[in-house]
Write a protein that binds this ligand. Structure first.
Ligand code: ZN
Length: 404
């Protein structure tokens, strides 16, 4: 009797396992095409769908954006779509916002609202469609509409605070923990190269290479902030490191510069004042990542302003600077570096008061030579090997300090 029962249970588990394994067959809805219609009084944007998709829409000012959230879809348009808009639309970005949400952020020319948004069912030879009409309004009307649209949708405004003991009071661990942050992702592509390379793709590739190279040494526990093409808020990236009580946080980027001649890798650490104009410009760009993904930050407090005077932060900044100088020292022998390669600025993602943090710009996507190199695995591996050597040096130095 009992045996039969056990058999029945295991049979049921077998059936469930089969059903679960069969589940991915339920494919995501698809977005197959996009079309613009430019009229005198409005611009119409039409997405061709594989099936009806529920959506939420809201608007954000400064800069003016219309944001559309929907369940996860497969984007079937060619890469690079969205960079050029028409009519009242400047362009748009798209990608995962979180694991359940696909987001499209539409940049408009001035205060432009979505005056109508609806889906149409399949009709004869036309597929299901998502239709949005855009109309120019006054700034005041835009702000009113924006407020109303925000009150209708659920936006995650949770601000996480992580309390951690200072570095010195932490229990010893057998391996240092390193958090690697692949910059940008999902709806935020980061910089876009002259040949259309996305920064978010390069940083993820480099992060995975760096993770496996560090793990190969058998000396570190390595955590990635993201391991796929998904958006993460700057503060979430930092909190991954804080939660893990990381010994080191490395944020990887590959940015762009209006001057196409600028090239080479560089490394940045946090400071109250930027060391030069370029560092300040980069920090401004990188700090905009949340804005680019259409996150409404208006009700969040300005992030960490006075903690810079905190002792823990001072110690952390010194450790970060030491690590940065070791990376620069190594990379200088193997790759092209920017002049004054170690720079300082107010990068939000580096503001964990208790985790030594650096931001590595692997190169400039705005430079054709750099863009070509950054697409090559051999080049990324060369940069990664340099970072691994510097990391080994850094922890030897740090552990020497702690022993003496
Ligand atoms: Zn970046």
């Amino acid at each position: 009797m009992i045996r039969k029962y056990v058999f029945f249970i295991s049979f049921m588990f077998g059936v469930m396992a089969f059903l679960l394994s069969a589940m991915p067959a339920l494919a995501n809805p698809k977005i197959n095409d996009v079309r613009f219609g430019v009229y005198e009084e409005k611009t119409r944007l039409v997405f061709d769908l594989s099936e009806g998709i529920p959506f939420q829409l809201f608007m954000l000012p400064d800069p003016y954006r219309v944001v559309i959230d929907m369940p996860v879809v497969d984007w079937k348009l060619p890469p690079g779509s969205g960079t050029k808009g028409r009519g009242l639309i400047q362009g748009y970005r798209y990608g995962l916002f979180d694991k359940d949400t696909f987001r499209i952020v539409i940049d408009t020319k001035g205060p432009v609202v979505a005056s109508k948004a609806f889906t149409l069912p399949k009709n004869k030879n036309k597929p299901p469609r998502l239709v949005i009409d855009f109309k120019t309004v006054s700034r005041q009307a835009f702000l009113d509409k924006s407020r109303k649209s925000l009150s209708r949708v659920k936006i995650d405004r949770e601000v996480e605070t992580v309390e951690k003991p200072p570095i010195a009071d932490r229990a010893p661990r057998d391996k240092p923990v390193i958090v690697i942050d692949a910059g940008h992702g999902g709806v935020d592509p980061g910089a876009i190269g002259r040949k259309g390379t996305y920064e978010k793709t390069i940083t993820l590739r480099a992060a995975k290479l760096l993770k496996s190279a560090l793990e190969k040494t058998n000396r570190y526990k390595v955590i990635l902030t993201r391991n796929r093409d998904i958006f993460l808020k700057l503060r979430e990236r930092m909190n991954v490191a804080r939660r893990a009580e990381a010994d080191l946080f490395i944020s990887l980027h590959a940015d762009s510069n209006p001057n196409a001649a600028v090239r080479g890798a560089s490394i940045y650490t946090l400071s109250e004042t930027a060391s030069d104009k370029e560092a300040a410009r980069l920090a401004r760009r990188e700090n905009k990542a949340d804005l680019i993904a259409g996150v409404d930050l208006s009700d969040e407090q300005p992030i960490v302003t006075s903690i810079l005077l905190d002792l823990a932060q001072r110690e952390t900044m010194n450790m970060s600077a030491k690590y940065a100088s070791l990376v620069v020292g190594d990379l200088a022998n193997h790759t092209k570096l920017l002049r004054n390669t170690h720079r300082f600025a107010g990068f939000v993602v580096l503001k964990a008061p208790d985790v030594p943090s650096v931001l590595v710009e692997l190169g400039y996507l705005s430079n054709t030579k750099d863009e070509k190199l950054l697409k090559k695995k051999t080049h990324l591996s060369k940069l990664v090997e340099g970072i691994v050597r510097a990391t080994n040096q850094y922890f030897r130095w740090r552990d020497g300090l702690q022993r003496s």
